[in-house]
Design a protein around this ligand. Sequence first.
Ligand SMILES: *[C@@H]1O[C@H](CO)[C@@H](O)[C@H](O)[C@H]1NC(C)=O
Ligand SMILES: *[C@@H]1O[C@H](CO)[C@@H](O)[C@H](O)[C@H]1NC(C)=O
Ligand SMILES: *[C@@H]1O[C@H](CO)[C@@H](O)[C@H](O)[C@H]1NC(C)=O
Length: 376
Amino acid sequence: MAVTARGVKKRHVVLTRKMLILFFASLSCVLVFALATLSTLHFNNTKPPIPVSRVFHGPPKIAFLFLVRLNLPLDFLWDAFFQNGDVSRFSIYVHSAPGFVLDESTTRSRFFYARQLTNSIQVSWGESSMIQAERLLLAAALEDPANQRFVLLSDSCVPLYNFSYVYNYVMVSPRSFVDSFLDAKEGRYNPKMSPKIPREKWRKGSQWITIVRKHAEVIVDDDVIFSVFKKYCKRRPPIDTRKGKLNLKLQKQHNCIPDEHYVQTLLAMHDLEGELERRALTYTLWNQTTTKMENKGWHPITFSYANAGPQRIKEMKGINHVYYETEYRIEWCRTNSTHVPCFLFARKFSQGAAMRLLSEEVVDHFDVSALLATTS
Ligand SMILES: *[C@@H]1O[C@H](CO)[C@@H](O)[C@H](O)[C@H]1NC(C)=O
Ligand SMILES: *[C@@H]1O[C@H](CO)[C@@H](O)[C@H](O)[C@H]1NC(C)=O
Ligand SMILES: *[C@@H]1O[C@H](CO)[C@@H](O)[C@H](O)[C@H]1NC(C)=O
């Protein structure tokens, strides 16, 4: 039942999204009905006509989706960012711990008041509940037809530019920004996922995605790949000395991180990679020194007041390509074919580092006009 209803919604969205972007100003009810008829004929289905309520008035919005543990420690910086934005061009959704309410006692920014999901779940970091939380955020944001782009952010993410720069950069792109690559050596693929997920469709990449509405629908509508992930993409348990030799067996299990594979693999399964800029918009600096004790790969470095100075920020903003070592691929950063700096956001920032960004007016006084100059 839900599948049928969503099938209609999806088709409608695909057709109207293009129209809304191209002929936004001239979109009329007549057009919508024409499209509805067209899609019905084309797909030869007998589903009910598309509800006109899916049409929105006003500018398209970016939905900022915050996936957080509890509160938003960097709300003061986002407040400055949103204050400089146009309220008709964005919306905010927060997935926090169940029961956590965002109000004047829990956040310094009115933009976040009551923006928490009421159906949030308990999230275990690195487990499939994390991707379920992402799906809940996307589902909530899809309720508003004006939301045309979806940006997933963590509680330690910061913007590197002002609102209008971010809005233009993301809106002009007909593609999603999804860091996605093959890693043959990685060994996180579990052969038991086959045939539902063939090995050649297995992808890896950053969890922090920016996607178009069509791809958000694909993620929310998916039950098949998600259930395979729930069953077979699990974290390796930590070594428990009481378990003795059993540890050897446990440690041989595939150590899988769902949030670094799910969206990438799902979009590959749907043959949508041609609709992606295969890179992230969120900068992360990896600490490549690992101790033998940890033995779990790189960790992102957390920026503090001391190492988030203007020179450091300038370097982040100056990056114009990304090299994917496992694929020998150089990704020159573009939006709608125009060369642009790669990163709009960065993580992980401490409150001190975010304070420094704010005092240096990164988010409210924009310093690079290259994008607007080349696209206008
Ligand atoms: C994308 O670029 C093309 C070609 O330069 C241009 O015609 C189009 O208007 C751009 N799209 C948007 C949404 O700005
Ligand atoms: C990098 O990781 C090592 C080992 O965990 C740690 O000792 C070091 O402080 C980290 N460096 C930074 C800059 O976070
Ligand atoms: C954002 O940056 C652009 C480009 O420099 C500038 O024209 C605009 O005034 C800035 N917007 C706001 C609201 O500060």
